[in-house]
Design a protein. Sequence first.
Lengths: 117, 111
Amino acid sequence: GAGVSQTPSNKVTEKGKYVELRCDPISGHTALYWYRQSLGQGPEFLIYFQGTGAADDSGLPNDRFFAVRPEGSVSTLKIQRTERGDSAVYLCASSRGDRRGFSNEQFFGPGTRLTVL
Amino acid sequence: QKEVEQNSGPLSVPEGAIASLNCTYSDRGSQSFFWYRQYSGKSPELIMFIYSNGDKEDGRFTAQLNKASQYVSLLIRDSQPSDSATYLCAVIGSGTYKYIFGTGTRLKVLA
């Protein structure tokens, strides 16, 4: 597909369980971002990848959250021991990443709505 | 103080009017500024980016940047009901690739 895809679109889990959220960026985009968005809030930065490496993971709220991008394309956000407060829409975005900032347009995926019961 | 601040609204304007959306940011070294539109239940989509002081126009949209005052605004001319959405301001801070988003301003264009 031409756009960023995310799976699953919805995930319902129980408190304490482990979840994985997947993001498939636009082909050729080297930069990949994960965000979390709660109702009535803007997207909250979690982590940024340039290629395979996490260039900035300062937004990950605690060590229950981890993300990987082993081959520089698909990324997986992993949440251990989920808590009710983790419930949100998790957004992924990708960009060319070849020039910082200027026209570094991010394209967002449709998001994964995570509900922790 | 939040890094990027927006009035949450709702901002209501009549159809055909100019909608003015404002955003202030705290990092004086910020270089790049973005406006996104987000419809309810959908993902953000980029409307405009700006990185130089002054105005930048694209169709009915004009972004305005004033780095000395640390604010960026978005004007929507000839507002249409289809413009009703939440408008998110995003800033890339100095020395980082991290986008910081405001909470968004909800715009309602009344037919």
